[in-house]
Design a protein around this ligand. Structure first.
Ligand code: MRU
Length: 347
């Protein structure tokens, strides 16, 4: 599957980021030529989705490292550490960001220790960012097929009614997507009756981005208000729920877009299986429990306004961007590990 849309384009001296804030009605590319430009694009959510953030941050790291080298050919350790800390602070919950900057920092530190010249540093760092990008594309494909195989064997020959949340497609990754990747492959195999896409307040990733991707791919869908999921489940209209993830802990707790946790509770109540699809870069191998995941709080205007138009009076707002679904609510996580294609979170 070739994604019809990509979240960024790599140019010789810049990275162009598709401004997802303006989709689907306006296609606007933001040109990033520095680490700061990339930081702003991640923080402002021109680019979003855990894997996509990680890839873009890796390219941003290249800009930052080269600028540092031009200033001081033998940078101090704290100057190197500051690069990663700066990029990591753009968004705290998706661990793919820290995973990618850690990988870039390790290479950069090694090159500095080897006293590599500027040309070698530039080339090696760029190749590492490109490798992170390519690996994500491959892992999307692997996990999507693994998930589709698993689901197809559980409901042989059945056309499925699938509920999903947020945007987990080509716009959120370096490939065909995570949960939406599984959906794409199921659709190719003729196994999708309909997708229910939550609109995903407040940023509307479902209404603006998932609806757009499904429309481009001609996958049958209904866009629904987030609050409708329970009623659909009660009527027996949902076979399964599948979402992506921003961080998965050792015990299998999953941070994902706000609204995912209540969906998992509703699914449990109605005996509907709940699945997650995510690449290895989303697994936090150091963190045990979901309670330790840092949860991003975003500005009030995202709730008070819709695309610049005020919809509420000026009142205090709580805007947690993610919630945590406990492992017990998840039947399986589709991933791309070399050991197994999926693992039960209840193990
Ligand atoms: O705030 P966002 O849009 O970056 O949040 C994205 C999500 O929560 C996705 O579901 C998650 O990153 C998985 S995307 C492959």
């Amino acid at each position: 599957v070739i994604p019809a849309i990509v979240p960024f384009r790599i140019k010789k001296k810049s990275i162009e980021i598709l401004n997802q804030r303006l989709l689907p009605h306006t296609v606007d590319w933001v040109s990033c030529k520095s680490m700061k430009d990339v930081f702003v694009s991640i923080r402002e959510m021109h680019v979003r989705g855990a894997p996509a953030i990680g890839i873009v941050a890796a390219y941003g790291y290249v800009f930052g490292a080269l600028k540092l080298m031009k200033k001081n050919f033998s940078p101090k350790l704290d100057e190197v550490t500051a690069l990663k800390e700066y990029l990591d602070s753009a968004r705290p919950t998706a661990v793919n960001l820290m995973w990618a900057t850690t990988r870039m920092e390790q290479i950069f530190t090694k090159l500095l220790a080897e006293k590599a010249d500027m040309g070698a540093i530039k080339e090696t760092l760029f190749l590492e960012a490109a490798a992170i990008h390519r690996e994500d594309e491959e892992s999307c494909s692997r996990m999507s097929h693994a998930g589709a195989d698993y689901i197809a064997s559980k409901w042989p020959g059945k056309k499925l009614r699938i509920l999903t949340h947020c945007n987990t497609g080509a716009l959120a990754t370096g490939g065909i997507g995570t949960a939406l990747g599984v959906i794409r492959i199921l659709h190719q195999r003729g196994l999708v009756e309909v997708i229910y896409a939550d609109e995903t307040r407040p940023y509307l990733q479902g209404a603006r981005l998932t609806a757009y991707e499904l429309k481009v791919e001609k996958i049958p869908m209904y866009l629904i208000a987030d609050s409708m999921a329970g009623f659909l489940m009660k009527q027996g209209k949902v076979d399964l729920v599948i979402t992506g993830a921003d961080r998965i802990t050792k015990r299998g707790d999953v941070a994902n877009k706000i609204g995912t946790f209540p969906l998992s509770v509703l699914a449990k109540e109605h005996g509907i299986p709940f699945y997650v699809a995510a690449p290895e870069s989303t697994f936090d191998r150091e963190m045990e429990h979901g309670d330790s995941i840092p949860i991003e709080e975003r500005p009030a205007y995202e709730v008070l306004e819709i695309q610049g138009k005020k919809v509420a009076p000026d009142v205090p707002v709580l805007n947690y961007s993610f919630d945590v679904t406990p492992a017990e609510n998840i039947e399986a996580i589709f991933h791309d590990g070399s050991d197994k294609v999926f693992r039960s979170a209840k193990l």
